[in-house]
Design a protein around this ligand. Sequence first.
Ligand code: FAD
Length: 423
Amino acid sequence: MSRGPDERADAVVVGAGLTGLVAAVRLASTAGPGRRVVLLESGSEAGGRARTTEHDGYRLGLGPRALYRSTRKQLEALGVRVPGSAPDLAGALALRDGELHPGYAAAGPLMRTGLLSVRERVAVARLLALSGARSGRAGTDAARWLADRLPTERARQAAFAVLRISSYVGRPDMIGADALAAHFAEARRRVRYVDGGWRTVAEALLERAAALGVRLRTGVRAESVEGGATAYVTTAGGPGIRARAVVVAGLSPGAAGRLLERPGLADTAGRPLHTACLDVALSRLPDPARSLVFGVDEPLYLSVFSGTARLAPAGGAVLHLARYDDGTEPGAREVRARLYALLDSCQPGWREVLVHERFLPRITTMTALPEARLGGLAGRPGPAVPGRPGVFLAGDWVGPRGLLADAGVLSGVRAAQEAAARL
Ligand SMILES: Cc1cc2nc3c(=O)[nH]c(=O)nc-3n(C[C@H](O)[C@H](O)[C@H](O)COP(=O)(O)OP(=O)(O)OC[C@H]3O[C@@H](n4cnc5c(N)ncnc54)[C@H](O)[C@@H]3O)c2cc1C
């Protein structure tokens, strides 16, 4: 098939998930008018894992989503407002030994919880306040950090149950202590459930991108990216694109490595993190008092998102349940049964008021964990790719700051700035 003559652009962004959308908007606004910025997306629409689907007026994200402060600040700097509210953790329930107990995700309830002794409560409260030296955690995994700071296994389990909610990490030895502590510090500063779901953010970024003249091409897969004074992107079946700079945004280390012929990128990255999610729309919420549950001895979670953000028509509810990745992989059927059991116990009769449900057995929540053995956050690569001038990386595994979308957005902004400096 003829690919046609090469196209010319000032900059190309590969991938139109949240990271690529942020990178394209930042690039176009930094580079100024008249620059040609092309955004390539292999899927049929932009948004990537930040997509939200709609079912009879109910908005369902791909799993539970809380937007952290760093992401919000970066979005605001790009002219994108994030409407929504912060969930109230004070009413959260804790699931332990198959029973629901008053929770302890907020400071007040923690000091009253019957699940821990007074000594344990104080130690957990100190740890979650992140008091004490912050340095020296880079090569330490979170299990070691908890073991050093907490007196009993029960206290360690209880503390990690709270840390897990915002990090999605199912077992403490999977992640560097620096990354977990820094992320928890961020999550404590009021997260936001977004009105309309994360699609609201993706749509606002798309609007900004269009206003700045970014050319979005959906259904176009980049096949390879070469660096140089002029970088070059080949696309599946289409023309190649020559540009001064290319940002590879939101691809996993493996996918980015294949694009750049740099298999080493995957070899030096941590393992991916997956989550099993059950997304549910109900025409009525059977038990509003059981709206937020976190597992203590099992990596489970339930939250009625529509209690905090606008996601459902009047009287209806949108719930997200999850089983976090703890490396055990019990299998899709077993996990689904466990999530149904949690829903049965919290919202009895939910099947009679079911509008829509979606089970995602294994969605990628982080493409690569900042593991302690790889140096934690400090061990992640920067945007510049050695030996590939003009090519920059961004994503949830790039740069020394943030987890999840925070890492993507922060590295997306940085990659865009470095790319814009070449134009
Ligand atoms: C269940 C779940 C819960 C989450 N909860 C939170 C949360 O509470 N808070 C938080 O901050 N983050 C959360 N995240 C993470 C957050 O969703 C992601 O970090 C973010 O959406 C990733 O955006 P991205 O652009 O980096 O990657 P993606 O969204 O994966 O986008 C990459 C894009 O690149 C495209 N692409 C891939 N290859 C090519 C190619 N060769 N050519 C062209 N296009 C290509 C893909 O189609 C895709 O659209 C969660 C994720 C999941 C799955």
